[in-house]
Write a protein that binds this ligand. Structure first.
Ligand SMILES: *Cc1c(COP(=O)(O)O)cnc(C)c1O
Length: 403
């Protein structure tokens, strides 16, 4: 495909306005999607794209799943918003569902991953505070991503995201991911919590080495600090299990979930064991929008469908297909250095920058994410066998063209 697709007048007009009025912190491509269905998106020229980004792992059921749309519509017609001064059924049901499907006993609902991380940091510190223990230290890892608020940023181990925002929270430390000795040297009795992603997503899909999560769990138990797993990207079926840490059979004290949790609407959760959750006593934390009825309805329907349609197994199978087919590409495409990940969270490390390949794939009808020299794939869990094969074909052309 060598035809270049000039944006239409509609797209041009939208882009010109965007450049004028939007804070310039994003650089989206010069196409603007108009509608989506399943793993597919169409732009204003009616060009079709296979969407292997899922809105950064949010759209587990793809775009515009009819049952999720129906759940949203029906909830919106009954009750849009109540705030935290009233309970509503969906909020309670979502907390119960998260407790039933995890190690957790208590849940705090919010609106995003970042807010879930703030809740986790606060719950960890407060858990010790109410025992009269003033430990406040946080240990996280290089290459991590936990969000953009100053709290979450203080444990995000990527300097570019912090530039210009100093000072960070005091008593935070970063150690190399996967390095048990470095973690041992960093944690002590001043540590309130160690924070880890089971698979680092944002920095290029780095899977925790075998035994690492268990070793960190043991270190946390030794010094009496809490272990927090950021499951914002790895959770809700992305890796072929409900939560990424299930692959390692290690349980944290706190887990954060967001992205796919709200079925496309903003919803985050902090899930904690009983003693930790109990530290968030009356009035100690809160949010106006968190646990919004419509977001809960969309999320509950999404969880129901993932279970009913056996999408954890599907994520595992389609993930294996993707891995096998990309591995086969390596024979003819030496640019590919490594393929890694779990389920439908896959990173392809290249010997070159990934941005140009991402752009070629888009021109050819496939949307992927690029991070430095890594192509990241986060297709919806409902992606078909044929769609995976089509995506690999496009990837092959995109990568081949760079040799
Ligand atoms: C996306 C992400 C976040 C931040 O979530 P937002 O909803 O963007 O605030 C935090 N941690 C991880 C692992 C993520 O992937």
């Amino acid at each position: 495909m060598d035809d270049t697709h000039a944006p239409t007048a509609v797209t041009e007009r939208l882009l010109a306005t965007a450049r004028r009025v939007m804070a310039p912190c994003y650089a989206p491509p010069a196409f603007i999607p108009k509608r989506g269905e399943g793993a597919l998106l169409w732009d204003h020229d009616d060009r079709r794209y296979l969407d292997f980004t899922s809105g950064i792992g949010v759209n587990a059921l793809g775009h515009a799943h009819p049952e999720v749309v129906a759940a949203i519509t029906s909830q919106a017609q009954r009750l849009l918003h109540t705030a935290n001064i009233l309970y509503h059924e969906g909020h309670i049901a979502m907390c119960e569902r998260l407790v039933d499907m995890s190690f957790g006993h208590q849940v705090f609902l919010c609106n995003s991953g970042t807010e879930a991380m703030e809740a986790a940091i606060k719950a960890a510190r407060r858990y010790f505070y109410i025992q009269g223990d003033r430990r406040a230290g946080l240990v996280a890892t290089h290459g991590s991503f936990h969000g953009r608020s100053l709290g979450a940023l203080s444990i995000t181990g990527q300097p570019t995201y912090r530039e210009g925002y100093a000072p960070m929270l005091p008593e935070t430390q970063l150690v190399p991911f996967g390095d048990v000795a470095a973690m041992r040297a960093a944690v002590d009795r001043s540590t309130a919590a160690v924070v880890l992603e089971p698979i680092q997503g944002n920095s290029g899909v780095h899977v925790a080495p075998l035994g690492y999560l268990a070793a960190v769990r043991a270190l946390c138990d030794e010094v009496g600090c809490l272990l927090v797993f950021d499951e914002i990207q790895t959770g809700i079926g992305r890796t072929g299990r409900w939560f990424g840490h299930e692959h390692d059979s290690v349980t944290p004290d706190i887990m954060t979930v967001a992205k796919a949790l709200g079925g496309g609407l903003p919803l985050g959760a902090m899930v904690a064991t009983e003693p930790v959750g109990a530290a968030l006593t009356l009035g100690s934390h809160g949010t106006t929008f968190g646990g919004n009825p419509v977001a809960c309805a969309a999320g509950l329907k999404t969880l129901e469908i993932i279970e009913r349609d056996r999408l954890l197994e599907a994520a595992d199978q389609r993930g294996q297909q993707l891995r096998t087919e990309i591995d086969a590409l390596r024979l003819t495409h030496p640019t590919i250095q490594e393929v890694r990940g779990r389920g439908l969270m896959i990173g392809i490390e290249l010997a070159c920058d990934a941005k140009a390949i991402r752009d070629r794939c888009r021109e050819d009808g496939l949307l992927v994410i690029s991070t430095k020299n890594v192509i990241r794939l986060l297709p919806p869990l409902i992606v078909s066998k044929a769609q995976v094969a089509e995506a690999v074909e496009i990837l092959g052309r995109g990568i081949g063209g760079m040799a």
